[in-house]
Design a protein around this ligand. Structure first.
Ligand code: HEC
Ligand code: HEC
Ligand code: HEC
Ligand code: HEC
Ligand code: HEC
Length: 167
C-alpha cells in the first residue's frame, strides 16, 4: 500500500526525471556451488533453451533440473568430485543452490518470452557473451534506465505502469 502511494507520488512529481536507479554493474563473478562452465557446455552444442526452458507464461528463464545434467553425467566425468556432488544431489531430489547473477526486484514486471520475440533481441543483449564465459558475472546493466533506454529506442511504452503495475 505504501509502495503504491509512493509510486503515485513519484509518478506525478518525477515523470520527466525518473529516479536514478541503484548501480547494477559492474559486479564481481559469482562463486557457484559447482564449477559449471557455460563456455564448455555451449561448445558441446547445447542451446541456451535446452537448460533455460522458459516455462509458461515465460516470465522466468529458470535453471535446469538435475535430470538434464545427469542425462550426460550418469556417464561423463563420473570420477570428478563435483560430478559426484551433483549425482548425490540428484539422488536426493535436490538441486545445487545456484547463486543469482541477474535479478530485479520482484515488484517489477518482466517477461523473458515477450522480450525474446522482439526483433534483434537475444539473450546476449541483456546478459552479454555468456557462451564465452567459464564463470558468469553481471556484465550488463538491467537497471531501470537501461530498460527505458531500449524501450525508447524500440518505440515501446515507458509509462510507469508498464513495469510497475500495482496489481
Ligand atoms: C547445460 C545447461 C546450460 C546451458 C546450455 C546454458 N546454461 Fe545458463 N545456466 C546454467 C546453470 C546450471 C546456471 C547456474 C550456474 C551459473 O550461473 O553459472 C546458469 C545460469 C545462467 C544465467 C544466470 C542466471 C541467474 O540466476 O542470474 C544466465 C543469464 C544464463 N545462464 C544464460 C545462458 C545463456 C544465454 C545460454 C546460451 C548461450 C545458457 N545460459 C546456456 C545452465 C545452462
Ligand atoms: C530484455 C532483456 C533480457 C533478455 C533478452 C534475456 N534476459 Fe534473462 N534476465 C533479464 C532480467 C531483467 C532478469 C532478472 C529477472 C528477475 O529478477 O525476475 C533476467 C534473469 C535471467 C535468469 C535468472 C532468473 C530466471 O528468469 O530464471 C536466467 C537463467 C536468464 N535470465 C537467462 C536468459 C536466457 C537463457 C535468455 C535467452 C534465451 C535471456 N535470459 C534473455 C533480462 C533479459
Ligand atoms: C550434453 C552433455 C552434458 C550435459 C547435459 C551437461 N554436461 Fe556437464 N559436462 C559435459 C562434458 C562433456 C564435460 C567435460 C568433461 C571433461 O572435462 O572431460 C562436462 C563437465 C562438467 C563439469 C566439470 C567437471 C570437472 O570436474 O571437470 C561440471 C561441474 C558440470 N559439467 C556440471 C554440469 C551441470 C550442473 C549440468 C546441468 C546443468 C551439466 N553439466 C550438463 C557434458 C554435459
Ligand atoms: C533490448 C530492448 C529491451 C530491453 C533491454 C527491455 N525491454 Fe521491455 N520491451 C521491449 C520492447 C520492444 C517491448 C514491446 C514488446 C511488444 O509490445 O511486443 C517491451 C515490452 C515490455 C513490457 C510489456 C510487455 C509485457 O511483458 O507485458 C514490460 C513490462 C517490459 N518490457 C519490462 C521491461 C523491464 C522491466 C526491462 C528491464 C529490466 C526491460 N523491459 C528491458 C524492449 C526491451
Ligand atoms: C521499462 C521498465 C520500467 C519503467 C517504464 C519504469 N521503471 Fe521504475 N524500475 C524499473 C526497474 C527494473 C527497477 C529496479 C531497478 C533497480 O533495482 O535498480 C525500477 C525501480 C524503480 C524505483 C525504485 C528505485 C530504487 O532506487 O530502488 C522507483 C521509485 C521507480 N522505479 C519509479 C518509476 C517511475 C516513477 C516510473 C515512470 C516515470 C518508472 N519507474 C518507470 C523499471 C521501469
Amino acid at each position: 500500500m505504501i509502495y503504491v502511494l509512493t509510486l503515485c507520488l513519484l509518478g506525478s512529481a518525477a515523470a520527466q526525471t525518473p529516479p536514478v536507479p541503484s548501480p547494477r554493474v559492474p559486479r564481481q563473478p559469482v562463486v557457484q556451488p559447482l564449477p559449471f562452465s557455460h563456455k564448455m557446455h555451449v561448445s558441446k552444442g547445447l542451446a541456451c533453451r535446452q537448460c533455460h526452458a522458459m516455462p509458461d507464461p515465460g516470465d522466468f528463464a529458470t535453471t535446469p533440473a538435475t535430470a538434464v545434467c545427469m542425462s550426460c553425467h550418469e556417464s561423463v566425468k563420473r570420477e570428478s568430485p563435483s560430478i559426484a556432488k551433483l549425482a548425490a544431489l540428484h539422488k536426493e531430489g535436490k538441486r545445487p543452490s545456484w547463486k543469482p547473477v541477474y535479478r530485479i526486484p520482484e515488484w517489477v514486471s518482466f517477461n523473458h518470452r515477450k522480450h525474446l520475440a522482439v526483433a534483434d533481441v537475444s539473450c546476449e543483449t541483456c546478459h552479454g557473451p555468456v557462451a564465452q564465459r567459464d564463470v558468469l558475472a553481471r556484465e550488463k546493466d538491467i537497471g531501470m534506465q537501461s530498460c527505458m533506454e531500449c524501450h525508447r529506442l524500440k518505440g515501446a511504452s515507458n509509462e510507469c505502469i508498464v513495469c510497475h503495475d500495482p496489481r
